[in-house]
Design a protein around this ligand. Sequence first.
Ligand code: EPU
Length: 338
Amino acid sequence: MHISKNVSLRDRNSFGFDVSAEYFCSASSIDEVREALTWQQSKNLPILILGSGSNTVFTRNVSGLVLHIAIDTHRTSIEKNTAMVYVGAGVNWHSLVKATVSNGQFGLENLALIPGNCGAAPIQNIGAYGKEICDNLISVDVIHQATGETTTLTKSDCDFGYRHSVFKTAAGSEFIILGVQLELSTLDNPVISYDALREALNLSEPDADISAERVLQQVCALRSSKLPDPATIGNAGSFFKNPILSSQRVDTLRKKYPDLPVYSWTNGCYKVPAAWLIDQAGWKGHRADGVGVHDRQALVLVNHGNGNGKQIAVLANEIYADIKDRYDIELEREPVMY
Ligand code: EPU
């Protein structure tokens, strides 16, 4: 393990913001994570844990240690129709999705092309096209930052919700994720409940016969058509969560906005697309300084090349205030601001 000083994080965050880390270190084993924690504690420095940086917005240089988790284990055991897959936190998520589907292990196909590493996936319970990681997750291996003790958290310990988990709470943020245990199936029976996915596949029935490989290809096509590739234009995917509203709130809003799309949710509530709210408010394609709102997906804020994190923070605040003003809805951010 090597600790470097004054390291640029430009290639380590998907917005491509040019900030630096006072100290930087990449840990590719649990022992290296422990070693880095011991060093950081001995120097009494703050620490920031980084995966592939696709959900972090850097608004300033980072003081203290940036610890990049690069554990790249990938083990599989198959019994009957079940494939138990253990992946290290440093494995790229999309590579895992492709590898499992091509090895005949199914369940992650709807989550193709989501940027980031496996260690970040449970934190916000990544989800797309009708599935979330918690649908296939068994447990998460973690290390406690202060004590260095390792533990396995079960799925119920993780307290998953819509883009939520225990790791977003004060107690959960004391842990560093080391690896994730997933349960996949060797039976090719993908979930095609998401309307936009079925439409793209030209299927009318939710139980139509279709392969996971087709779903994977279609999800990749859908995402590439709407979402900007961070390698070309810096972004962090959806910038806001979709608000969940009561049926009374939806009724009131629909009187004013009859076209408002709504998706039924649990407890009689509805999920409303933040993209629609932002789009209708006229923000799609908006540019300010070096940043802006993507012209094909209003939920994605982008760096046009010469932007910075402070400008993203300003833009996000403006959108938040406008949406609050127009619809009386308070949007919640998805990415972490630093
Ligand atoms: N819409 C607009 N304008 C736009 C885009 C969308 O009006 O510019 C409306 C349309 O009515 C559309 C609806 O919003 O039917 C929903 O759009 P979409 O299906 O693209 O999904 P989303 O709600 O914007 C969510 C996830 C995405 C995920 C897609 C597909 C959140 C915050 N985002 O987006 O996740 O890929 O569904 O499942 O839940 C991410 O989290 O980074 C992410 C990309």
